[in-house]
Design a protein around this ligand. Structure first.
Ligand SMILES: Cc1cc2nc3c(=O)[nH]c(=O)nc-3n(C[C@H](O)[C@H](O)[C@H](O)COP(=O)(O)O)c2cc1C
Length: 199
């Protein structure tokens, strides 16, 4: 594992080979997209993003989640009014929720369930990117009014709101911490390529 590697060598929009991005290119070139054109998102793209989202792994395969795909412009603007983390005006907002009703006996599930929702959202964002769209996971929003706007039942707790649209501009590259600083081989105690095993 080489230290000192910085990411961001590829632009956000990599050249798709045969119309599709390779999975590694897709992962490496995804960026948080916060500015969108007015263009809407078609049903087929939504279907593909949702398919990718629902393919995410979940703890004990509980799938303790619920999602609302909002494309009604009036509703999008209302949600945005309670979500300072959403910068531009997107044509679509995904509201990703943890479903406490799916795991009532497991005390750890609220935390673990949030992880599962986050994994699904990452799939959704990667699929969006592969389709030439862009989005951003947003935790800065007021759950109570969003819950009321969408008529969410008590067992659904919004975890993230996710604006998605056609990028209005090339998104800024985000920096990554130095790989050697955050990834070690075998144990945290050694940075060299030794086994790290106790003597
Ligand atoms: C859990 C979570 C919450 C986030 N909340 C916000 C937010 O409220 N507003 C925002 O503009 N970006 C938000 N982001 C996006 C991050 O700022 C962004 O992913 C980070 O700066 C790295 O940039 P990149 O996604 O382009 O690599 C959030 C990301 C995560 C994972």
């Amino acid at each position: 594992m080489s230290a000192g590697h910085m990411s961001d060598v590829l632009p956000h929009r990599a050249i798709p080979s045969q119309g599709r991005l390779d999975v590694f290119e897709t992962i490496r070139t995804r960026r948080a997209v916060r500015a969108y054109t007015a263009e809407t998102i078609d049903d087929e793209s939504v279907d593909r993003m949702v398919d990718a989202m629902l393919a995410a792994p979940t703890a004990s395969n509980k799938q303790a989640w619920g999602f609302v795909v909002v494309r009604n412009p009036v509703l999008v603007r209302r949600i945005r009014a309670f979500a300072p983390g959403i910068i531009g005006v997107p044509p679509l907002i995904l509201v990703a929720c943890f479903d406490s009703g799916r795991a009532p006996d497991d005390a750890r599930m609220p935390d673990v369930g949030v992880l599962c929702v986050a994994m699904a959202v990452e799939n959704f964002l990667l699929a969006a990117h592969a389709l030439g769209l862009g989005g951003c996971p947003v935790s800065s929003f007021l759950a109570k009014p969003v819950r009321a706007l969408l008529h969410l039942p008590d067992h659904l707790a919004p975890v993230l709101v996710v604006p998605v649209g056609h990028p209005a501009q090339e998104p800024r590259r985000s920096q990554r911490r130095n790989r050697g600083e955050v990834v070690r081989d075998e144990t945290w105690g050694r940075t060299a390529s030794g086994t790290g095993a106790p003597a």
